[in-house]
Structure formats: C-alpha cells, structure tokens
Write a protein that binds this ligand. Structure first.
Ligand code: C5P
Length: 279
C-alpha cells in the first residue's frame, strides 16, 4: 500500500457565468459552463502521518479548504480518518476566481480516498465536496460541466475544441463574498437559464460573466486589463469567476501563443482539460 499520493489540482474557468437573485440562504443561483484548465495547476501530496497536518504557503492548517475536505470526508464516512498530511504546492493565484483553494480541496478528497482505500464512490466524494464549497464538486469531476444550483449540480457537456485560454494573474485579489455583495447592490438579476447555450463557445452566448460589472466596481483597474487582452488579440475577454484574474479566449494556438509572448511573464496559456480519470 502506498504511503504517499500526488495529484494535480487544475484551475477552472467559468466560460459562461449567469447569476440570479440572492437566495434566502445567502447563495446565488448560478448557471455556468465550467471547464478545467490544462496548463495552470497546483500539486497536492497526501501522506500517512502521525497527526493531521495541512501545509500550504500563506494558508496552513485549519484555515485551508483542504482541512475542511478532510472534515467532510469524515462526515461522509461517519468516522474519524487515520491521520494524513497534505502538502500543497501553489501555482494558481489566490483570490483570482480560478478555484485554486477549491481545487486543492477536491484533489485532497480524491487523493485521501485512494491513499486510504476509503469505501466512497464518486457521488459520495461529490457530496463531501459540496460541504466544502460551491465549486468543489466540479473540481472533483473536471472536464466540462454545466453547473446549476449554487454551482454544485453538474451535467457533463462536450469539452470545447479549438479553444486556447490566456489566463492573466489578478492585478488585485478579490474576495468572492465582496463581489457577490457588489452584485446585489448593482445588478437587477433574473433567474439564470436552465439549459446550456447551444452555440459553440465562439458564437456568443457563452463568453459572458454576470459578475463583471460588480468586479469592475470593486477593482476599476480591471478595465485596463480587459482592454489590453483585447489589444493582444483575444476574441473574447472574460473575468475569471468572481475575479480578479482575467482570461482571453483564442480560437487558434498560434494566436494564443503570440498573445502570451506579448503579455510577458505571469500569463499562462491553457487548454480545456478532460474529466478526471478516477482509479
Ligand atoms: O461556496 P463557497 O464557500 O465557495 O462560497 C463562498 C461565498 O461566495 C459564499 O459565502 C457567498 O457569499 C458567495 N457565493 C454566492 N453564490 C454562489 C457561490 C458563492 O453568493 N453560488
């Protein structure tokens, strides 16, 4: 039996994010085409250990979502886990809307299940994931999913082809609750759509983020980032989740590579990733 297991934890992109009026529980109903990104990921290593430990630069211990993932596994199992240590190597920026902390938690769920050979099927892992955060079930599954509810209800959709994504790091970090609070002040939302858009991603309908005006109000400097992404040739420009990272979408690899070179250090050129292969 292995003593350690290492998994990658990819960033996510909301290729479309429609947001409805706030619910009584404080969450917002969403409808989102979510894709996992190949080209920007953290690495999560889990090991059997004498006591529980989560090590991650800047966010160690119980404050880390990976710690909450271990609690959620115990709640799903109805018993305590043998102790493990979780070590996270970060590449995905924080407060970026790229799901970094959520992806670390998702990778922790899968890695600990496999390391300890826990009797949990994928649907049980997804239930545990939903206890940790709205984006975590998606990051357990990966690939491309149409997400509804508060983001935890998932329907697989084809992974978009001919899509290259230039992710540029946040000029300023944005907290998700802060952006949603600005959305509540500024937007006049209606219920989000139930069905995914039928058109291919580059024909409109997808590259929309309803949180953009709220994020721009919180961080006006994002306007210049959006203009610069347009200037390096992006076909569509998107706020990533609740921000503050931004993404430029390209239909050809060369155009994406040219834009990355023009942008300079810090930008990552990504492709949509396939769904997670479970053991
Ligand atoms: O689910 P998660 O813990 O990641 O959500 C963090 C915060 O983001 C919530 O407390 C809420 O303020 C906001 N949120 C929301 N509607 C969603 C997802 C998140 O209002 N669908």
């Amino acid at each position: 039996m292995a003593d350690a297991l290492r998994l990658t934890a990819p960033a996510k992109l909301n290729l479309c994010l429609r947001v409805g009026p706030v619910r009584p529980d404080g969450y917002h109903p969403v409808a989102s085409l979510m894709i996992a990104l190949d080209g920007l990921e953290d690495t999560v290593t889990v090991r059997r250990a004498a006591r529980r430990e989560v090590r991650c630069p800047g966010i160690d211990g119980p404050a880390n979502l990976a710690w909450r993932a271990l609690d959620a596994l115990e709640a799903e199992l109805g018993e305590r886990l043998p102790p493990v240590s979780v070590e996270i190597a970060k590449r995905i920026p924080a407060e970026a809307g790229l799901g970094g902390g959520s992806s670390d938690a998702a990778a922790t769920l899968v890695a600990v299940r496999d390391l300890l050979d826990l009797p949990l099927e994928v649907d049980a892992l997804e239930r545990a994931a939903a206890r940790v955060g709205s984006d975590v079930p998606f990051l357990v599954r990966g690939g491309a999913q149409w997400a509804t509810g508060r983001g935890e209800r998932l329907l697989p959709v084809p992974v978009p082809g001919d899509l290259w994504v230039l992710v540029v790091p946040p000029v300023t970090g944005l907290s998700t609750p802060r952006v949603y609070a600005a959305f509540d002040r500024l937007a006049r939302p209606t219920d989000p759509p139930v069905e995914p858009p039928a058109a291919p991603w580059d024909r409109g309908g997808w590259a929309v983020n309803d949180l953009w005006p709220a994020a721009l109000a919180c961080a006006p400097r994002l306007g210049a980032v959006a203009r610069r992404l347009g200037a390096v040739g992006a076909r569509h420009v998107l706020l990533c989740g609740s921000g503050g990272a931004m993404a430029g979408l390209f239909g050809e690899r060369d155009a994406g590579a040219h834009a990355r070179a023009a942008w300079g250090p810090g930008a990552a050129l990504c492709r949509p990733a396939g769904p997670r292969a479970f053991r």
